[in-house]
Design a protein around this ligand. Structure first.
Ligand SMILES: Cc1ncc(COP(=O)(O)O)c(C=O)c1O
Length: 420
């Protein structure tokens, strides 16, 4: 697919993501049919934040805590997060290196802006969250997509082979969206070692830090806690959205590797946001007060969904194994004979279940010297992948999964591969 040559901005050359397309299609289907669609396409949880979170937000508004905070965020929230990172993540952060952002998505965007240099490249996995790719392009990076190995796992050797002298950043996302892969200490250590030996920065997106189902989460930055601050390279990005079910509050934070990086990102934030919503930050302080109970309860709800609702997909041969972490599972629908776009379209049409075609997580852009996408295609092996979210209402999830299996069985081996 190629883009019109008169597109001048990088933003103008980026196609809208698969997530938005399916979002609109699901809404349209609901309106047209007057019935509920089983929405397995979006990572929004069915559970709510603890009651003290809403109270803290409302109290802050009623107290008139509705002015700007500093660009870095409320000192009390930043101090509480430094303590959380120290105790829970074994990360040695500091208030001077901790910035609050309106959602971790915006924190990531500002971090990328503050690390981008003309001609610099960023390493992303071939199967990635589309927002990571979009943000890299908007910040001015040239994305370089490296192949994943068995079970969608990255390896230092493959990444080293994909790197060039222009590589500046390696992005790590564990547990990963969309694959659910969680890297262990040894794997993270090898990636960090490689980045350090090549002089790269590491961005560690840990939005799903509280959703690991068999073992504990490892923060990459914990592996360099004994390195002098000025020599550290890991910038860690965290979110309140998933851990505390606070998606609509829009609250995240970035723990920068060192003070220099924090100063640069502050400039980006001053220009981008001026500051983060003040009441949302008070809600964040309340969420941290009850974090042990809230995060354990939320993990349990999603784990139950995973264990109960996804097992039929494994039995039906549509999923190799239950995901180790995160909120998503990548199904392989090759046995239906349908490509993922056709599968998703027909599933929505015939069964009222919304899923995301895997193509959208495997776009391979051809970028020109000005950072604009000139053409793109999709990794061919993603042609039969479909992503579902398992953080949704258990009844909708179980019904949706039952219909997916039913639909796959109806297609049998005789489905029709479309040209798309
Ligand atoms: C991998 C990953 N990182 C970051 C985010 C952004 O979360 P938020 O901006 O709500 O903090 C998401 C949201 O889906 C995600 O999947």
């Amino acid at each position: 697919m190629s883009v019109s040559p008169d597109i001048l901005s990088a933003a103008g050359s980026i196609p809208s993501s698969c997530l938005h397309r399916i979002f609109r299609a699901a809404e349209a289907k609901e309106q047209e049919s007057g019935t509920d669609v089983m929405k397995l396409h979006v990572g929004d949880p069915y559970f709510d934040p603890a009651a003290n979170v809403a109270d803290a937000f409302v109290d802050a508004v009623r107290r008139g805590e509705t002015k700007y905070t500093g660009v870095e965020g409320l000192p009390a929230l930043r101090a509480a997060l430094v303590e959380k990172l120290h105790t829970d993540n074994d990360v040695d952060s500091a208030v001077s290196r901790l910035l609050i952002s309106p959602g971790s998505c915006q924190g990531l965007a500002a971090l990328l802006q503050s690390l981008a240099e003309p001609g610099a490249e960023i390493l992303l996995p071939e199967l990635h969250w589309p927002v990571h790719l979009q943000q890299s392009l908007l910040a001015g990076f040239r994305p370089v997509l490296y192949p994943l190995g068995d079970g969608f796992r990255p390896s230092a050797g493959t990444i080293a082979a994909a790197a060039t002298p222009r590589t500046r950043v390696l992005l790590i996302n564990s547990p990963a969206n969309p694959t659910g892969v969680a890297l262990d200490r040894g794997e993270l250590g090898a990636l960090l070692e490689l980045a350090r030996s090549r002089g790269w920065h590491v961005i560690s997106d840990e939005a799903y830090e509280h959703f690991l189902y068999e073992r504990e989460h490892i923060s990459v930055a914990s592996l360099e806690r004994d390195v002098p601050v000025d020599e550290r390279i890991v910038h860690s990005v965290f979110s309140f959205s998933k851990s505390f079910a606070m998606t609509g509050y829009r609250l995240g934070y970035v723990s920068l590797a060192n003070d220099r990086a924090a100063d640069v990102m502050k400039v980006a934030q001053e220009a981008n946001i001026i500051g983060t919503s003040t009441p949302a930050q008070y809600a964040g302080i309340a969420a941290l007060d009850s974090r042990a109970e809230a995060t354990a309860a939320n993990r349990k709800l999603v784990q139950r969904n995973r264990d109960v609702a996804l097992s039929p997909l494994v039995r039906a041969g549509l999923l190799d194994e239950l995901p180790a972490g995160g909120w998503y599972a990548m199904l392989d629908v090759a046995r239906t004979g349908l490509d993922s776009e056709t599968f998703a379209t027909r599933l929505l049409e015939q069964k009222g279940v919304a899923v995301v075609p895997g193509n959208g997580f495997a776009m391979r852009p051809e970028v020109d010297g000005q950072g604009r996408i000139r053409s793109h295609d999709f990794a061919p092996w993603a042609r039969h992948l479909v992503r579902i979210a398992f953080c949704v209402d258990p009844v909708a999830l179980e019904t949706g999964v039952r219909k997916i299996v039913e639909f796959a069985d109806e297609c049998g081996g005789g489905g029709h591969v479309s040209a798309g």
